[in-house]
Design a protein around this ligand. Structure first.
Ligand code: NDP
Length: 328
């Protein structure tokens, strides 16, 4: 195939333009593995790239799409051969390196991990970067020594992609999960995923006090800003919050009081540059610990042609759960 179908973002003085195009294979970037993409997903960052709402795209033209599953077509990397099923999350895909909303990618083999047994390509992208990040958050809390006996775990942005998987994983691990959402009408959805309590987002958007009533021992925060500051202020002595997102904003109007008076820890979680061993551990755990029925219940599938519209919705906080983008 000399050319393949791709969604391409260009930038000019007039602004950003996004269109489907036949992309010449010779214009792919350097890499030692070429992958035929079968599925990608929609993550919040993809929405930012598609809408241009934040400068996540660092090179033009860019093919967006930060994660994929596919089959190796050609490889000069020692770990991969044609026919291998692989996953790629992050490493600058869709930001600095031509990404996943295309029939083909050429990437560094070091970025790839094998598709774990027990997961179909569709299930792998139903999990996607969002679900893999939720697992990294759970692993960070566990590494900090936290267990469900210490108290409840709060999840912010619970109806979103990272939030939905986090609720499911924490509940399966035995936590009493308090799901915070701005969409209380989705309470049944969240309870179906394993949430024990629903917390209206408004309870976390008021003025931040240095210390609040101690309500949870652990948390996964996907929104940042005032809600995260309030979550930290309401964390029990010795607890920890895994912070991975900024859907409410990048700021953090907090004080040091929870850290120095309650021994609370804020655990940063990044999925993009996470080392390979951590990725493999996270994906193997996801293959075995994530309930397939619950994953299916939180997942919808769209064709690539609908990804622009879905991208607009995700930055407006209107997407529920996970969205798989079918490529092939
Ligand atoms: P989603 O849009 O699916 O979920 C975000 C959720 O946040 C929304 O569903 C909504 O949940 C809540 N929300 C949206 N806007 C606001 C607001 N203004 N104030 C408070 N809550 C809000 O996105 P993802 O789940 O894909 O990603 C979540 C966050 O995690 C993003 O910021 C993303 O960039 C980040 N992320 C970070 C990664 C990392 O490596 N650190 C990897 C993957 C994602 P509800 O309706 O329930 O309130």
């Amino acid at each position: 195939m000399a050319s393949f179908k791709a969604l391409v973002i260009d930038k000019s003085d007039a602004g950003q333009n996004v269109e489907f195009r036949d992309f010449d294979e010779t214009d792919l970037m350097d890499g030692d593995v070429t992958v035929r993409v079968s599925h990608s997903t929609l993550n919040y960052k993809d929405g930012l790239a598609l809408t241009g709402k934040a400068p996540v795209v660092r090179r033009f033209p860019m093919i967006p799409g930060v994660d994929l599953v596919g089959v190796v077509e050609t490889s000069s990397h020692s770990e991969f051969k044609p026919g291998d099923a692989v996953i790629l999350n992050g490493w600058g895909l869709g930001e600095t390196h031509l990404g996943a909303y295309a029939e083909k990618v050429r990437v560094k083999g070091d970025w790839l991990i094998p598709l774990p047994s027990g997961l179909s390509p569709h299930q792998a992208m139903a999990i996607g970067t969002a679900g893999y990040t939720a697992m990294l958050c759970l692993m960070a809390l566990e590494k900090h020594g936290l267990t469900p006996e210490r108290g409840p775990a709060v999840v912010t942005g619970a109806v979103g992609g990272v939030g939905s998987v986090a609720v499911t994983l924490l509940a399966r691990a035995g936590w009493h999960v308090i799901a915070s959402t701005g969409r209380p009408e989705e309470a049944d959805y969240l309870k179906g995923l394993g949430a024990a309590e629903i917390l209206d987002r408004s309870e976390l958007t008021g003025a931040v006090r240095p210390l609040g009533k101690e309500r949870w021992a652990a948390g996964v925060d996907t929104v940042g800003s005032v809600p995260l500051a309030n979550v930290i202020a309401m964390t029990k002595y010795g607890g920890a919050i895994a912070a991975c997102g900024l859907a409410a904003g990048m700021d953090l109007p907090s004080t040091v009081a929870p850290f120095i008076l309650r021994n609370v820890a804020l655990l940063g979680v990044d999925s993009v540059m996470a080392p390979k061993a951590l990725r493999i551990e996270a994906w193997n755990r996801l293959a075995h610990e994530l309930d397939h029925g619950k994953l299916a219940a939180m997942t919808s599938t769209i064709p690539l042609a609908e990804v622009m519209e879905a991208g607009r919705k995700i930055v407006e906080g209107q997407i529920k759960g996970r969205v798989v983008v079918a490529i092939a």
